[in-house]
Every structure is written in structure tokens, then in C-alpha cells.
Ligand binder design. Structure first.
Ligand SMILES: *[C@@H]1O[C@H](CO)[C@@H](O)[C@H](O)[C@H]1NC(C)=O
Ligand SMILES: *[C@@H]1O[C@H](CO)[C@@H](O)[C@H](O)[C@H]1NC(C)=O
Length: 509
């Protein structure tokens, strides 16, 4: 993958793990989750087909070519074999699939874009019914209310393009256009206008959800308020299947400036230091990332929601702390062009290229981790430890710092208990990514490298991690912190039989 592609893969989501077969820590709890004593053993294909048939949704079962192609997901590391795929186009068909999973005692997993880092979109184990939501792409913009209603099968590129065309508005969300809005919104959803408008889950006004007993409920500020609270950060396949969202939209009609500054390998520690100093004081109109890799990649880039004439002032506290960049690009443009650039397209491309409905980038075999660093940044020798560890890594690894916080950031102005998404004092998150495309023998050394790097920097960072970069090694407390107990209470209310589960779902206990 070239650097652009790597950056993109970096800004993906998690939707929904791995059954750690052979790992005694997980075996008993997973067995409880998947096969509760009160249910029958996993049903055969004909039983499942018979149960799904009355709803008349398109389905795919093992042995068919459609089943084979439907199994393709972003991370090729796991090759889970679902019991069946269902491709619903109506809520009634989703209700039927949920009913069948409940009745037959088998797992169910909604899938949007299929980008989950642990392939939870296939359930994170074999034998589940995957409910592919890509048929849910209705959209209706309510200009007066400043909201948009969208099917949960939308991908981010088509969604941003549609909103731009409808009224030069957007929802704050990630850069990879093929990521599905469902998992992204339900686990947070950070992107280059998030310091101004919040993460995507902050913009959810309402969700329409098929819950465990097969009924459909609305969760908003008046009805099922606690369900909405849970969905905003912990919503991926723990409480139900969301078929539709209503989001608040945000005006992006103003001039925007896309910028990218490149530095040398020997300057990696300096750019990290400058990033964390500047990030604390940066205005809300700017959101940035810092990309680093062992080959020397050292790139600071982002979007300023204003004219380029202001950029030097906006970035001053960063630039004052770094040497002159070795290369730079500053483009004053409009919002949709920044979406093209960050999506890996030419700035001159026709925006319709965003209207894609499959993976934009090659799928890969990878392991990803993340860690959240709070203000004022890495403590003590954290920067030195981080940079020394990364420079000793394989060329097929990279690291992306995403600026979440700083005192002006809207993300940090929401209380940790206001929604399930708890990381309100994050200064930045670091995504750690290593891949070994077509070279399985590389896997164990790569995984050891990334695990060791994470452990080395952990004492200088925090115990938190970002749930949209889901990682089987993390405890749920890393993702939900002080909100975890409330999430477990809500799980008991909405799904006491644990119909919706994956290896890192919210448990009933
Ligand atoms: C399904 O669960 C919801 C929420 O607990 C409840 O309001 C509704 O009455 C239940 N419906 C049925 C048919 O059990
Ligand atoms: C500098 O950036 C421009 C625009 O991205 C690129 O075309 C050029 O190759 C870069 N030059 C160097 C020396 O990296």
C-alpha cells in the first residue's frame, strides 16, 4: 500500500471479533454467549433457510458463489464462515432475521461497510446470520429542521456527496469513503470537521432499531432515551440492529483549506512534540492528523475551515516548534474537494467518484491497535519511547495521531457520561497498524512488534482505546470506562437473552 492508501485504511471503523479459540480466558464466556443452555444447538442450513423464507429477503448460503463473495471483508486475517447472509431491504425482513436468530439460538450480526478491524461484521466467529444492511440507503433531508434521515446501509462517501448536493451540509465522519455509516456512527466516528462539530455519534438525533424481541423502536430525546444513550458509542450489535438514523447536519458551505506538511525521519520526535503542544490550543475550526512510519513518513495534514490566508496564524504554535517542512501543499477549496483529497482521489476528480458501494482500497491482512493520549500529551519519556520503538518496526507498519481534543474542541466539551462515548478528555488517539499482505509468515513478528510498541508507550499514555479501532486484546473498560456499568444495565433491559453479541459486545452479566 502506498502512503495515501495507508492513511485511508487508517481512518476506518470498527463495526462489529475473534473467537479466541484455544485461549482459555475467552472460552467459557464465549460458549455462554453463543449457546445459552436454554437454546438448541446451531441449526442447519435448511432450518435457517426455512425460517428466513417467509420474509422473502435475498439470502446466500455456503456453497454459492454469492456466499463466497459476500464473505469478503476489509481485514483478510480471519476467514469466518457465516451460516447465512441475508440482504434485507425492509424493516420487516430485518425483524424476521432477528426472530430467526432468537428462535434458532444462533448468532446474528449486522454489517454495513464490513471494515471492522476484527471482522466483527461477520460476527467474529463462524456460524452467524449476517444481516447485510446495504439495501438501506434511503435519504431524506429536512432543511428546516437541519436534520437528515438516512438508511444505515449508507457508506460515508455517498452520504457526504448526497448531503453536499442537497444543501452544502454534512455530518462529521471519517475519511474513508467506503466505510459504512452504521458501525462508524455507533462507535463514535471521528473526521476532519470533528473538532468543530463533534464525532458522528454526537450528531445522532434518532435511531430506528430492531430489538431482540423483533419489534422496532425509536430511540431519541423523548422515547427510549437510555437506548439512544447506549447506541451513541456502544451501539454496534449489543442492543439491536439500527435500520435508520436521523442526524443533525452541519453547514460546510464556507471556504476550506486543505494542508499537508512533510518532515524528515530525524524530525519525528519533534513533530509529535509540536503536535501535542499545538493541539491543546488549536482553534475548533481545524482538525488534523500526524502520520508516522518506520521508513521515515512524517506528515502533518488536515483541514482548516476557513481561508488559507489565516492558516499560518492557525498553525503557529505547531510551526514554531518544528523545523521548516521538506514539502508542503496548501489548497484553498470547498468542503467536497477536501473530502476527495482525504479520500485518496485527485482534487480535480468529479465528486461522483465518492458514490461507491464497495471497498475503495485493497483489503489487507492486518493487526491494529489504538491508544488514547490525554492532555498535555505523552508524559515523561513517552515521545522518545514511541519514536524509538516505531523506528525499529517493519516497513509495513504505520501510526496515525488523530487530534480529538484541545480546549476548543467540541468533542471535549461534552461530559463523559452524556453518551456511551466516554473519551471526552482525549487529546489524541494513535492508531497503530501493521499488515502483511500476501505474506502470512510475517504475521507473528508483526503482531509481536505492535503489541510490544503498545506496551512500551502505555505507561506514558492512558488505559483507554478507541472502540472504532476495535482490538480483541482490549478489555471493555478501555472502550467504555465509567460508562460500562450503565451499559450493562441497559443491556439487561433491551437484550437480556444476549441475542446481539460478538466477542467484545456489552455483556448481560
Ligand atoms: C418488546 O420489547 C419492548 C421493550 O422492552 C417492549 O416495549 C415491547 O412491548 C416488547 N414487545 C413484545 C411483542 O414483546
Ligand atoms: C511535494 O508534494 C507534491 C504535492 O503533493 C508532490 O507532487 C511532490 O512530489 C512532493 N515533493 C517531494 C520532494 O516530496
Amino acid at each position: 500500500m502506498n502512503m495515501r492508501v495507508k492513511r485511508m485504511t487508517g481512518i476506518l471503523i470498527g463495526f462489529l471479533t475473534i473467537l479466541l479459540l484455544g485461549d482459555p480466558r475467552f472460552q467459557s464466556s464465549l460458549a455462554d454467549k453463543i449457546l445459552p443452555a436454554s437454546r438448541s444447538l446451531a441449526a442447519g442450513a435448511s432450518t435457517i433457510a426455512g425460517c428466513l423464507a417467509p420474509a422473502k429477503a435475498r439470502t446466500a448460503f455456503p456453497g454459492s458463489s454469492e456466499y463466497q463473495s459476500a464473505r469478503t471483508v476489509f481485514n483478510l486475517r480471519y476467514k469466518y464462515a457465516p451460516a447465512a447472509f441475508v440482504f434485507p431491504t425492509t424493516v420487516a425482513q430485518v425483524q424476521n432475521a432477528v426472530g430467526c436468530a432468537e428462535q434458532l439460538g444462533i448468532g446474528i450480526s449486522p454489517r454495513g461497510g464490513g471494515h471492522s478491524y476484527e471482522d466483527y461484521s461477520l460476527g467474529g466467529r463462524d456460524g452467524v446470520i449476517v444481516v447485510d444492511m446495504t439495501g438501506f440507503t434511503d435519504i431524506s433531508y429536512n432543511k428546516a429542521a437541519g436534520t437528515v434521515r438516512v438508511g444505515s446501509g449508507f457508506r460515508l462517501g455517498p452520504l457526504k456527496l448526497a448531503l453536499w448536493n442537497l444543501g452544502k451540509v454534512t455530518v462529521p465522519c471519517g475519511v474513508c469513503p467506503s466505510v459504512g455509516v452504521g458501525g462508524h456512527a455507533l462507535g463514535g466516528g471521528w473526521g476532519f470537521v470533528s473538532r468543530k462539530f463533534g464525532i458522528l455519534s454526537d450528531s445522532i438525533v434518532e435511531a430506528q432499531v430492531v430489538i431482540a424481541n423483533g419489534t422496532t423502536v425509536r430511540a431519541n430525546a423523548i422515547e427510549n432515551v437510555n437506548l439512544l444513550w447506549s447506541l451513541k458509542g456502544a451501539g454496534a450489535n449489543s442492543y439491536g440492529i439500527v435500520s435508520q438514523f436521523t442526524f443533525k447536519v452541519h453547514d460546510v458551505s464556507a471556504t476550506m483549506t486543505h494542508f499537508s506538511y512533510t518532515f524528515l525521519k530525524s524530525q519525528q520526535a519533534q513533530t509529535v512534540k509540536a503536535f501535542q503542544i499545538w493541539g491543546q490550543v488549536a482553534v475548533a475550526e481545524v482538525t488534523t492528523s500526524l502520520y508516522l512510519d518506520p521508513s521515515g513518513g512524517n506528515n502533518f495534514y488536515g483541514i482548516y475551515m476557513g481561508p488559507s490566508a489565516n492558516l499560518n496564524a492557525v498553525l503557529k504554535a505547531f510551526m514554531d516548534n518544528v523545523p521548516a517542512p521538506s514539502n508542503q501543499t496548501v489548497i484553498e477549496t470547498d468542503y467536497i474537494t477536501t473530502v476527495l483529497i482525504d479520500g485518496g482521489f485527485s482534487q480535480n476528480a468529479d465528486p461522483s467518484v465518492l458514490n461507491l458501494h464497495s471497498f475503495t482500497y485493497p483489503t489487507a491482512t492486518f493487526k491494529a491497535k489504538s491508544i488514547i493520549v490525554k492532555a498535555p500529551g505523552f508524559s515523561g519519556d513517552g515521545i522518545k519511547t514511541f519514536v524509538n520503538s516505531l523506528q525499529a518496526g517493519p516497513a509495513t507498519s504505520y501510526f496515525i495521531f488523530d487530534l480529538f481534543g484541545g480546549s476548543a474542541s467540541v468533542i471535549n466539551q461534552i461530559a463523559p457520561g452524556d453518551s456511551a462515548w466516554v473519551h471526552r478528555d482525549a487529546l489524541f488517539s494513535i492508531q497503530m497498524f501493521t499488515y502483511w499482505q500476501n505474506n502470512p509468515s510475517q504475521s507473528s513478528s508483526d503482531i509481536t512488534f505492535i503489541d510490544n510498541l503498545w506496551s512500551a508507550v502505555r505507561p506514558y499514555a492512558s488505559s483507554e482505546a478507541y472502540q472504532n479501532y476495535i482490538d480483541q486484546d482490549m478489555p471493555l473498560s478501555a472502550y467504555y470506562g465509567s460508562n460500562l456499568n450503565r451499559l450493562i444495565s441497559e443491556k439487561k433491559i433491551w437484550d437480556s437473552n444476549n441475542v446481539f453479541n460478538f466477542p467484545q459486545s456489552i455483556p448481560v452479566r
